[in-house]
Design a protein around this ligand. Structure first.
Ligand code: NDP
Length: 484
């Protein structure tokens, strides 16, 4: 199986190769096979990317928003036309099953292009009357933005970052995760085919050092990172040296609270989606499932039954419901957390081992019950198919325990009592919340975290704030009244 791109980078409207950069092997996680090799960006590639973005951005900022929007809509149409092939590539890059990549990854990226195409021409300033004089405001692009992606949703992340950036008149240099470098290159080629001027969306490959070189370049006005909290802290600090704008979409350890009046079937389904979709490699997952004691036994029984039926297998077979983890490193990390869960006394309900397929980085869907707040698996982000179920008695108690973490990305509540649902949501310290649903992230809704889970928001009208800045213009209508 091969998925070798035409070159490692896409810069200034064309594929670009520079073999002087260190090679990075792209591995298909279902087999361990090397499907492509790309080279890290050299200083020359980074320079070409930033220089062409800076050059192209000035002219792009001067175009009418409706003209920018037309190009983004065309690109969205191309993505939808090519979705089957793009989904297959996403599956090879990440190991996620086609059953998911066909409906979730590029389709959600295309939604972002359509949404921000529609939004851009409606973005206006305001007029502030001051009697004789007045102020008007303009919402202007920031300039050259850097996007840095994680490996779990590589193409969706590239779309979610580039769509608002481009729609509002910015350019973007994007660095995918070294683990999943393929999808963003396809997006760059599609943008050019759709009519985007060269240089406005460049893709350069590399590990953290390439990201760090981009973040500290004086031409860069904004950095948007999706990644872990430790990387976020480093990138935020580097961006701060140049007083750059940032969006930080970081990790989480989100609570999903199930009250005993909830529908067991719906709550179990949501908990499974919020822990096992993409083999658990989703930042907003509800990995601390708090279940009220009155419903606990029924909840665990149905959860064990339904989890044991999940179909693991060849990600390219559309019947497969769960694929492997993204890498050998991630497999080791997740197996380590499972071992720690056992050692610290959590009760294994189902799963708990590497899945017995011949190859690939598969882990069984795993559920631990009787988890306590102090256990490692209840405190640290695992990023694998490992659910921790904790018991609780009262609303007050569960709210305090749910908030007792430095993370604040997401939270969910299942209950038939809607007054309680809104009350609990009001008390939860999290940026993205659900009531009687979990992990649905439509592009219309702002997405992002509180506390250490991030700064800024992606998607929705909120993203406009993070890819533009206000210019305030005072207009003097009379003579200047100077005292000297
Ligand atoms: P990492 O934090 O390891 O890496 C994120 C990106 O930053 C990668 O492209 C990485 O490059 C790059 N990078 C690493 N060091 C630096 C640096 N010093 N300067 C600039 N860039 C750098 O995250 P993972 O890729 O392992 O992704 C998993 C994490 O992402 C999880 O913690 C998850 O919660 C989070 N995540 C958050 C989401 C959200 O929206 N809130 C969504 C999805 C994931 P390289 O990998 O090549 O080293």
């Amino acid at each position: 199986m091969k998925a070798q791109p035409k070159a490692s980078h896409f810069v200034d409207g064309a594929w670009l190769e520079d073999r002087a950069g260190a090679p990075v092997e792209v591995i298909y996680p279902a087999t361990g096979e090397v499907i492509a090799v790309v080279h890290e960006a050299t200083p020359a590639v980074i320079e070409a990317a930033l220089a062409s973005s800076a050059r192209a951005q000035a002219a792009w900022a001067a175009t009418r928003p409706v003209d920018r929007a037309r190009i983004l809509r065309r690109a969205a149409d191309l993505i939808r036309e090519r979705n089957p092939a793009l989904a297959r590539l996403e599956t090879l890059d990440t190991g996620k099953p086609l059953q998911e990549t066909l409906v979730a990854d590029w389709p959600s990226g295309a939604d972002a292009l359509e949404y921000f195409a529609g939004l851009a021409p409606t973005v206006t300033g305001e007029t502030i009357p001051l009697g004789r004089d007045f102020v008007y405001t303009l919402r202007e692009p920031l300039g050259v933005c850097v996007g840095i992606g994680a490996w779990n949703y590589p193409s969706q992340i590239a779309c979610w970052k580039s769509a608002p950036a481009l729609a509002l008149g910015n350019a973007m240099v994007f660095k995918p995760s070294e683990v999943t470098p393929l999808g963003a290159l396809q997006l760059a080629e599609i943008y050019i085919e759709a009519g985007l001027p060269p240089g406005l969306f460049n893709v350069v490959q590399g590990r953290g050092a390439v990201g760090a070189a981009l973040v500290t370049d004086p031409r860069v006005a904004k950095v948007s990172l999706t990644g872990s909290v430790p990387t976020g802290q480093k990138v935020y600090a580097a961006a701060a040296a140049g007083v750059r704008h940032v969006t930080m979409e970081l990790g989480g350890k989100s609570p999903l609270i199930v009250f005993d009046d909830a529908s067991v079937e719906d709550a179990v389904g949501a908990a499974m989606l919020g822990n096992f979709y993409s083999a658990g490699q989703v930042c907003s997952n509800g990995t601390r499932v708090f279940v009220q004691k009155g419903i606990k036994d029924r909840f665990l029984a149905r959860l064990a039954e339904r989890s044991a039926r999940i179909v693991l297998g060849d990600p390219l077979d559309e019947a497969t419901q769960m694929g492997p983890l993204v890498s050998a490193g991630q497999l080791e990390k997740v197996l380590g957390y499972i071992a720690t869960g056992r050692a610290e006394g959590a009760r294994l309900i189902t799963g708990g081992a590497r899945a017995s397929l011949n190859t690939g980085y598969y882990v069984q869907p795993t559920v631990f019950a009787d988890v306590t707040d102090s256990m490692t698996i209840a405190r640290e982000e695992i990023f694998g198919p490992v659910m921790a179920v904790l018991d609780f008695d009262t609303e007050e108690e569960v709210l305090a325990r749910a908030n007792a973490t430095d993370f604040g990305l997401a939270a969910g509540v299942f209950t038939a009592d809607l007054a309680r649902a809104h009350r609990v949501i009001a008390g939860l310290q999290a940026g993205t919340c659900w009531i009687n649903a979990y992990n649905l992230t439509p592009v219309e809704a702002p997405f992002g975290g509180a506390k250490r889970s991030g700064v800024g928001r992606e998607n929705g009208h909120a993203a406009v704030e993070h890819y533009s800045q206000i210019k305030s213009v005072y207009v003097g209508m009379g003579s200047v009244d100077a005292p000297y």
